[in-house]
Ligand binder design. Structure first.
Ligand code: ZN
Length: 405
């Protein structure tokens, strides 16, 4: 029995562009269904989103799920035997895996993906922390803190793992540099990432049809914060046989839009682009304007677990909402808000000593934050389609960040 859609093929169509910008609304067709873009992919690191059932994901109108090649590598044979990630997880819609490179290389480094300007000096001048990963031409040797064993993943291993997991979209193996790395180091790392890109393509071709449908491969752009590196690697990867592109790297928040513009100006227009691991509302809107089509990040659900609730007038912390009768966010269409939960009630669940009550909180709050971000991408898409994206973006940002100039 097969329930594959779209004749097992992958393609991308642009429905409408933002006039004068690189952004667009479109549709990515995958063997397991369509993704209307811009779109936020929920993150199910190990094939499930924490504290959310598959019905919950449907209820927030998630279109696609991103899982993690690194975390699923030891179960990948089992996943292949089940017919691939969509069937194994029960999600049964479009899926994407990342290469595992980010996890492998950020083990122990303590450096996140986005740093605001006020921490720039601290991060750039920091002593590189003792990394648990050693990068070589072949790949990365690393100490796995979960198994207490040394392990190795290179481009070939990453492609074999991803092709067993069998998501619709895979990421090429790349080396993520941090904001603490020098220009010289970025030149060296980028050349290696470009060699790994070709090795990823070569290995991927051998296995991409193993599960009975075509699995696609995105090339990943690195290059830090330097325009010459970003443009040159985008040009090189544009010539390679990739189905789409991952926009990678650690970003200073203030230069995110500019860096994305450098990349997207050089990339072929007819292939989709995924901005890896960023999802603050301003990142999504700037990313959309600059030509990113899909997004993913653990932030909405992670922040929910820490009591941070997204709302149209900016996020707030439930800590300050004792006995508040206010809705989480007025006008929100998520199942939590439609059931009438108030800030005060959710705070009470969050503070409970009872583990199962706290789990109910994690579920209700994650649903709200995920729906908020997914709705933002839906609204952005609608605004692109009716030609009002600049106005929509300005209005949203004015409400969400009222103190910004
Ligand atoms: Zn809500």
């Amino acid at each position: 029995m097969t329930n594959y859609k779209n004749n097992n093929t992958f393609s991308f169509e642009i429905t409408k562009r933002i006039p004068g910008k690189l952004g667009r609304a479109g549709i990515i067709h995958t063997p397991h269904g369509d993704i209307k873009t811009p779109a936020f992919m929920c993150v199910g690191t190990r094939g499930e989103v924490r504290f959310l059932s598959m019905e919950d994901l449907e209820s927030v109108q998630a279109q696609a799920m991103l899982s993690n090649g690194y975390h699923l590598r030891n179960t990948s044979v089992e996943i292949a035997q089940a017919g691939g990630l969509a069937k194994w997880s029960g999600w049964n819609g479009p899926t994407l895996t990342d290469s595992g490179g980010f996890q492998v290389m950020s083990l122990g480094s303590g450096i996140g993906k986005v740093v605001s300007m006020d921490r720039e000096d601290e991060v750039i001048n920091a002593d590189p922390k003792d990394r648990l990963a050693h990068v070589m031409e072949d790949g990365v040797r690393f100490f796995d803190p979960f198994t207490n064993q040394e392990d190795f993943i290179g481009p070939e291993e990453s492609m074999q793992i991803q092709c067993r997991i069998g998501a619709d979209i895979h990421m090429a193996y790349d080396e993520l540099t941090s904001l603490a790395d020098s220009y010289e180091y970025n030149v060296e790392a980028l050349a290696r990432t470009e060699r790994w890109a070709q090795r990823s393509i070569d290995e991927h071709k051998k296995h991409r049809d193993d599960l009975g449908y075509r699995q696609s491969l995105y090339g990943v752009l690195q290059g830090g914060r330097w325009e010459d590196l970003r443009r040159s690697t985008a040009k090189k990867l544009a010539q390679m046989e990739f189905d789409g592109y991952g926009l990678g790297g650690a970003f200073l928040k203030e230069s995110l839009g500019e860096i994305l513009r450098w990349c997207c100006e050089e990339l072929p227009e007819n292939k989709p682009r995924h901005l890896l691991g960023l999802s603050h509302p301003d990142d999504i809107l700037i990313g959309t304007e600059m030509g990113a089509d899909t997004f993913d990040c653990v932030a909405p659900t992670r922040e929910a677990r820490h009591g941070r609730i997204y709302a149209r007038h900016g996020y707030y912390n439930l800590q300050k909402c004792q006995d508040s009768p206010l809705p989480l966010d007025e006008g929100c269409d998520c199942p939590t808000c439609r059931s009438g939960w108030t800030r005060g009630e959710l705070r009470k669940l969050w503070k409970s000593e009872d583990n199962s009550v706290r789990q109910q909180y994690y579920n209700l709050a994650s649903i709200h934050n995920l729906r908020f971000i997914i709705r933002l991408t839906e609204d952005a898409r609608a605004a692109i389609l009716n030609g009002t994206f600049p106005e929509f973006k300005a209005e949203f940002l004015k409400n969400y960040y009222p103190n910004r100039k």
